[in-house]
Design a protein around this ligand. Structure first.
Ligand code: HEM
Length: 290
């Protein structure tokens, strides 16, 4: 009996330097690794409607979360999370005009996530969002340490999974496809935050493409998007909070309580934007628990 020896396939070559010096190559590598493929694009295109429905609630929940603790809330005064000096003004609450404006920017961002991910422009935009939080933009730098960015991505992902999986009408097949596709995008965004906070590849720093960056407020928001979503005014934030979509409407001063008590209070509230559409069932998730 002959045992045919089959040589293992040659591994695909990935040029390490290009991962740091070419955004396109970095994105290509992440796509290949995560298997971001045409099924994901199809799921996103056909699911845009469901993603868009979630945007106002996600924005409210994210800002509620960011204002909950002083270390993140301070960033809206000081543009950084490093300086622990108390701000001279009062901490902002969700209804402060500055926060409403910021919410609008986040809404633009999330709306942009619903657009065509097959173009490099899409990924360039995500990369700019990553870079602008890294303190590397010269004019009025915004320096948010990675721990907060990573946690925030995790929080967005958690809202997303819970909301999609408990959607009352979508088939399980579509829920799974949408959760997977959006998660891949969120993980790529996470990489595009992390890359500006770690020293990997720093030996190529001189060769990294220099991005011209106009860091004027709202620069990252696409005005066309704002135009096309004219029915989502700043007031939408309020209505979506008070419609039972988001947890408690009470604005609280940023908390300095222990993480256990923060976690305990967070777990009391459901984050599901579809909560009011669902009938109670015996297979309740934590969303329906309250
Ligand atoms: C991780 C998910 C996050 C995403 C997707 C995100 C996205 C954005 C976007 C799109 C803008 C608007 C940029 C513009 O057009 O001017 C922005 C601005 C801002 N973000 Fe984030 N952000 C995230 C996390 C955070 C965290 C964790 C903090 C604070 C702890 C933070 C603090 C800020 C501040 C202070 C601004 C305002 C910058 C300005 O005044 O121009 N962000 N963010």
């Amino acid at each position: 009996m002959e045992y045919g020896f089959k040589a293992p396939p040659e591994p695909k070559h990935v040029d390490r330097k290009l991962l740091y010096t070419s955004l396109e190559e970095r994105i290509k590598y992440l796509h290949a690794f995560l298997d971001f493929n045409s099924s994901d694009v199809e799921a996103l295109v056909s699911g845009t409607k469901y993603i868009k429905q979630l945007i106002p609630a996600v924005v409210n929940l994210v800002y509620k979360k960011l204002l909950e603790c002083d270390i993140t809330s301070r960033a809206f005064h000081t543009r950084n999370t490093v300086d622990e000096t108390e701000p001279e003004e009062d901490y902002l609450d969700e209804d402060a005009p500055q926060i409403k404006r910021r919410k609008m920017f986040l809404r633009w961002y999330l709306t942009r996530l619903c657009q065509d991910p097959t173009t490099m422009d899409f990924w360039r935009y995500l990369n700019k969002v990553g870079m602008m939080h890294s303190g590397q933009v010269r004019r009025s730098p915004l320096n948010i340490e990675y721990i907060h960015l990573g946690a925030c991505m995790g929080y967005i992902q958690d809202i997303w999974i819970e909301a999609m999986m408990s959607h009352p009408h979508l088939s399980l097949r579509r829920k799974i496809a949408l959760v997977r596709a959006v998660n891949k995008i969120l993980w790529i965004q996470n990489d595009l935050f992390a890359r500006y906070h770690c020293s990997d590849g720093e030996e190529f720093a001189d060769e990294m493409s220099v991005m011209s960056f106009d860091d004027q407020e709202g620069y990252l928001g696409d005005k066309r998007i704002l135009g096309s979503s004219s029915n989502s005014s700043v007031d939408d934030d309020r209505s979506s909070i008070s419609s039972g979509v988001a947890p408690s409407t009470h604005s609280v001063a940023p908390s300095t309580k222990t993480s256990t008590s923060v976690a305990a209070s967070a777990s009391k509230t459901s984050v599901c934007p579809f909560a009011d559409m669902a009938k109670p069932s015996s297979t309740e998730t934590k969303i329906w628990a309250n």
